[in-house]
Design a protein around this ligand. Structure first.
Ligand code: FES
Length: 134
């Protein structure tokens, strides 16, 4: 990585196709570089809910969906736009009663966890090079 006027080189345009994300680390800070319809965005890697890696989730237009409980964030602003959900897959076998009770408690405790917005970072493109300001 090279640094110039606060911008750090983090990758190439050609290596992140539309709808894809790339995990990077700068001085221990985990950041996602995302390509949404040909525009590049940078935001915190760790979900504002329970720290899952957002680069393992999905991008739909300018919304990233967390792979853990499906919280949604606008990648252009970092704002949370959808709350996390605890869903049991519809085709799953019923849980034993003790597990059902445990999952009820997990769901109740999860409802008290605040989901924070993400930090976003300025992105600039120079030819095929992506740079961000941290
Ligand atoms: S960790 Fe992302 S929604 Fe729970």
């Amino acid at each position: 990585m090279t640094q110039n006027q606060g911008y750090v080189e983090v990758g190439k345009v050609s290596e992140i196709s539309n709808g894809q994300m790339k995990h990077i680390e700068i001085n221990g800070k985990e950041i996602v570089i995302a390509n949404a319809n040909g525009k590049f965005y940078a935001f915190d890697e760790r979900c504002g809910h329970m720290n899952a890696r957002l680069s393992n989730g999905n991008i739909n237009q300018n919304i990233v969906v967390c792979p853990f409980h499906s919280a949604k964030f606008d990648i252009t602003t970092g704002k949370k736009v959808g709350e996390p959900v605890l869903e049991i897959p519809p085709d799953m076998e019923p849980l034993p009663p003790k597990w059902q009770k445990y999952m009820e408690n997990v769901g109740k405790e999860m409802s008290y966890i605040k989901t924070n917005d993400l930090n976003t970072y300025e992105v600039t493109i120079e030819g095929d090079i992506i740079k961000i300001k941290t």
